[in-house]
Each structure stands twice: as C-alpha cells, then as structure tokens.
Design a protein around this ligand. Structure first.
Ligand code: ZN
Ligand code: ZN
Length: 361
C-alpha cells in the first residue's frame, strides 16, 4: 500500500510524491493523518527563511489514527492501551534519552530531537512530516491517545502551542493569584491565556490587532492592552503598573517573535519577576537592550524551546477539562483538502488566512 506526501521541492513549491507505507520497526507507530495544521514556523520554511530546511515534507501539528503498531507497542506513553484505529497525537520530536541533554533530564533539548525532520522523503521511513497521508512515529517519540470528548480540531494543535506555553508556565513556577502579561495574542498567546487563567492567574494581553484582542478575552484575558492606543513601551509599562498596584507583572511571556518585544518585556515586570521567552526563535536578529534595568530588577529569564514530551499528555487533559470553556476550534479559520495544500500555504503566507487546517480522509 502507498501513501502520499506533499514535497516542498523548493520554497513556495509543492509536488505530491508516493511511497510505500513502511512496516513500523519495534516501538514505532504508523499514523494515518486525519487533520494537520499550518503553523507559523512552517511559513518560515515555506518562504525559504529557515537556516537548514530548504526542501522536504513540512507539517508538525496533527492528529491521526493508528494505522499499524510496531512490535511491543501496546500502550501510549501514559500507559493507556492502544489499538489500530485509535485517535493519537504525538510530540513532533523524539527523546533519545542518551544524548547529554537527555542524560541531564532536559528532554526538551534532546540533541537528536528533530533529526528525522530534515530527511528527504525518499529516505525511509519516508513519512517525516505531517503534510502527508501518513506519519511515522519513531521509537522514543512520545504519543498519546486523545480523550473522547476532545474534537480533532482542538487536539491537532495540542503538540505545539498549548504544550509549549504550559511547559513555559511550569518552568516559571506560575502560582495562584499572580499576574501574567502575555506579549502577543496569536495561537501561542490564546493558549497561554487559557492556561494561565486555569492556573488561577490574572491575565493581561498585549497586541495590536483588534480581532486578536477580542479573541483573547474569550480565552480568559482579564485585561487587554491595545498597542494602537498604548503606542510606546513607556505607555504599555505604565498600563501594566496601573493594573498591578504600581508593581509590574510577576510573569511576562514573550509570544510574538518580534525582537523588540524581548527588550520591552523587562519593562513590564516587577522586581524579581520571571520572563519566559518563546516567540523569538530566529538567531541573528538584533535589538537594543537595557542590561542595567535587567540587573536592577533582578529578572530571571527563562527561554523555552519545545517542551518535555509528557506535557502533551497534560495538554490533552487540559483540553478535555476545558473544551467547553474556551473556543479552541475558533482558532482555525480555514479548512482545505489535502489536494489543495499549496493554496493553504500560499494564503497563510500572504496572511489571507490566519490558521489553516488540512483535512484528510
Ligand atoms: Zn507549530
Ligand atoms: Zn536526547
């Protein structure tokens, strides 16, 4: 039996290719993709801006059903029994447990985490990205069964934004009744608002787009700061101080990918505050920065890349508990059949759609 992948032969150009669906090795799983999303990081690759990935199969946010199980796979990574046909989500990276990061216990930094991601599809096991009919879950790549009450649309992005912000708040040890400022109300910011709210925090969201700020309110924001109205760093810092008895926020999370936002975050924090940085992921973009202010405020900076893989399980539990409370399915605004994936990527790149989802089957 053959499966199909959409192969980026060069930036902005896709071709479909067919490969034999492999037999999973011991510990591996073959997923049949049901739904996969276009994430902001894909667009970075699509436009040709990624430092190493210039061709290949994209896609890392997905939900699928088990097509076949490798020898020895009887449960997911939470010990729940799995069978052919079960709905599954997986971390988009593996955890080798043998590299120096894994040996230290920093599973989120596994040095071999995404080694399969840059492989061309002609190389076995062929299905390295989720913009395809099938996806190969490697041994040591954590995967979980999706709770019955969580719809595909909500589960498909759990392995990216939601797990990452959840991990970020835990690394910052966010506690009840603290105040959180979120810089950015895109997919990361909306997920972060819901998680912070459910952890008992007061949530302030900063963005410059009215529709995103409206959405942030639906995802638990107690206060919003519109960058059009508060159009300087000083005005935004003052607005945050006004909302925090003159103190500044306990925790700020950077979710914009805009280098200047990083410098701004320090101004929004209280003395001894914690700064979680997630959005800026492209090295080489420089910005003015005030290190003296950082020292005087004794701010702790907590950069977060990926997440410890069991956070995907926590995210699924979070979705199961809160699926009625927040409009997770409204985060995606366009659906495309797999045959039209080029259009989904083009319209996402030109910002005609915000978050596109590809439906298979
Ligand atoms: Zn993503
Ligand atoms: Zn490792």
């Amino acid at each position: 039996m053959k499966g199909k992948v959409s192969y980026m032969v060069e930036p902005m150009k896709l071709e479909f290719r067919e490969y034999d669906i492999p037999k999973p090795e011991a510990g591996a799983v073959i997923l049949k993709i049901v739904r996969t999303n276009v994430c902001g990081s894909e667009l970075h690759i699509w436009r040709g801006h990624h430092p190493t990935k210039k061709t290949g199969v994209l896609g890392h946010e997905m939900i699928g059903v088990v097509e076949s199980l490798g020898e020895g796979v009887t449960t997911d990574y939470a010990g729940q029994p799995v069978r052919v046909g079960d709905r599954i989500v997986t971390a988009y990276f593996q955890t080798c447990r043998k590299c120096s990061a894994c040996v230290r216990g920093d599973f989120y930094l596994c040095e071999r985490g995404i080694e399969f991601w840059n492989k061309p599809p002609e190389e076995a096991p062929h299905f390295h990205g989720s913009f395809a009919t099938h996806y190969y879950i490697h041994p040591n790549q954590y995967f979980y069964k999706v709770p019955d009450n969580v719809p595909d649309v909500a589960a498909a992005s759990a392995n990216c934004a939601l797990s990452q912000v959840y991990f970020g708040f835990d690394k910052a040890v966010l506690s009840y009744a603290e105040t959180v400022v979120l810089q950015g109300a895109g997919g990361l910011g909306l997920n972060a608002a819901a998680v912070a709210k459910e952890k008992g925090a007061r949530v302030i969201v900063i963005d410059g787009i009215a529709s995103r700020l409206e959405m942030a309110k639906k995802f638990g924001a107690d206060h919003i700061i519109d960058m059009n109205e508060y159009d300087t760093v000083e005005k935004r810092a003052e607005a945050v101080r006004f909302l925090t008895n003159g103190q500044g926020a306990d925790v700020v999370m950077e979710l914009t990918g805009v280098p200047a936002a990083f410098s701004e975050g320090i101004h929004l924090l209280r003395l001894g505050g914690r700064y979680v940085t997630i959005g800026n992921i492209s090295p080489g973009q420089l910005v003015e920065f005030d290190p003296g202010l950082l020292t005087r405020k004794s701010v702790t900076i907590i950069p977060v890349m990926r997440y410890n893989p069991w956070y995907l399980h926590k995210s699924l539990q979070f979705l199961s508990d809160n699926v009625e409370k927040y409009p997770f399915s409204d985060m995606l605004d366009a659906e495309y059949a797999f045959e039209h994936i080029q259009e989904a990527l083009d319209k996402s790149a030109s910002r005609e759609v915000t978050r596109a989802s590809i439906i298979l089957g």
